[in-house]
Design a protein around this ligand. Structure first.
Ligand SMILES: [Zn+2]
Length: 350
């Protein structure tokens, strides 16, 4: 990737920008001295320039070369730390679940730690959001229609290719890769700085700009962020996962999920003892097994496909829920398969 294309990640018309600033001959100086300052919807100033340090300007490829979900400390004992939030602010980290619960547009620090780092090896952090559930893993995580709209407050002054990304990073040098329209996974790459004197971690600030519940976006599907430690060829030297829930009530949701997890570990023994209470764990919708035929006329192929996808997601959630609770998922599976055939059939005519 050329310097110019990195720079144009944030400034759509690079030439005009250079001319306006009288710096046409000195792109390098601009890269170092003219960060673009933006104001987010909290009124805070943010920087999203793609300033590149010439000594470490060769970024890894724009797609993860090895997107796994296995934790891998690697040769430098890579670790990612999110401190439990001690103040009363809108995010909570659950160590039990290794998951952050956070409000939309809230910045939070992530500390990266690398040991025995070679001096001459530029290292990068890539943050790639993925859906946790296997059946959605191949789907790209992107922002919902509303939040990625150019008129949305959060997109004011931000380069259009960043609109789709659910994660933003406050690091000036972060580059935003991927595009859902071409099927390229959305991810952010930033150079891993060296720790300040007296510290052994490097802190970077991130924020989520879409909620898990956003329809036509994450659509209530849980996500993880995969943090990979890479060199400039994209070789992976470490991988860490953090669960994420972007929601309106982080504390409530954290407490609930922790409770659910605790009760899910030794479920059978406990519930058997409860005798009559066992009935309470029968899935609520289990008696709602009547089949309805649906024949509606949707204008627009895009809407039609979107509606099918939403149905497919809804059924996938149902199947998962029933499998966890031991309910009968056969009707859901039949419908899920029916929709998949419709979706693939449509795609085949493209
Ligand atoms: Zn959204």
């Amino acid at each position: 990737m050329s310097q110019q294309s990195q720079f144009s990640d944030i400034i759509p018309d690079v030439d005009k920008f250079l001319e306006d600033h009288g710096l046409k001959d000195d792109v390098g100086r601009i890269m170092h001295e003219n960060n673009v300052h933006l104001v987010n919807d909290d009124g805070e100033e943010e920087k999203y320039s793609n300033e590149a340090n010439y000594t470490e300007s060769i970024f890894p490829p724009d797609q993860p070369t090895n997107l796994g979900t296995e934790e891998y400390p690697g040769p430098f004992n890579f670790s990612v730390l999110i401190s439990p939030n001690e103040q009363k602010s809108p995010w909570e980290y659950s160590e039990k679940l290794n998951k952050i619960f956070i409000g939309i547009n809230v910045k939070f620090p992530v500390a990266f730690s690398v040991q025995n780092r070679p001096q001459n090896l530029p290292l990068y952090i890539r943050a790639t959001p993925v859906f946790c559930q296997t059946q959605h893993f191949q789907d790209l995580v992107h922002r919902c229609v509303g939040h990625r709209h150019p008129q949305d407050q959060s997109n004011k002054g931000v380069a259009p290719h960043i609109f789709q990304h659910i994660i933003r990073c406050s690091n000036d040098s972060a580059l935003y890769f991927g595009d859902k329209n071409t099927g390229a996974r959305l991810n952010i790459v930033l150079p891993l700085a060296h720790p300040q004197v007296g510290e052994d971690v490097v802190k970077e600030f991130f924020q989520f700009v879409c909620k898990n519940s956003c329809p036509l976006g994450m659509n209530r599907r849980p996500i993880d962020v995969v943090f990979t430690l890479e060199d400039n060829k994209g070789e992976v030297f470490g991988r860490r996962l953090v669960g994420v829930r972007v929601c309106s009530c982080p504390k409530r949701d954290k407490d609930k999920e922790e409770k659910d997890m605790e009760s899910a570990v030794p479920p059978r023994r406990k519930k058997r003892k409860l005798g009559n209470d066992e009935r309470r764990v029968v899935p609520q919708g289990s008696s709602d097994n009547k089949i309805f035929a649906l024949n509606i006329h949707i204008p627009g192929k895009k809407n039609y496909l979107q509606a099918l996808k939403m149905c497919q997601d809804m059924l996938a959630n149902e199947i998962l829920k029933k499998q966890e609770q031991g309910g009968d998922d056969s009707a859901d599976k039949n419908c899920y398969n029916e929709i998949t055939v419709l979706l693939n059939g449509t795609a085949a005519f493209d």
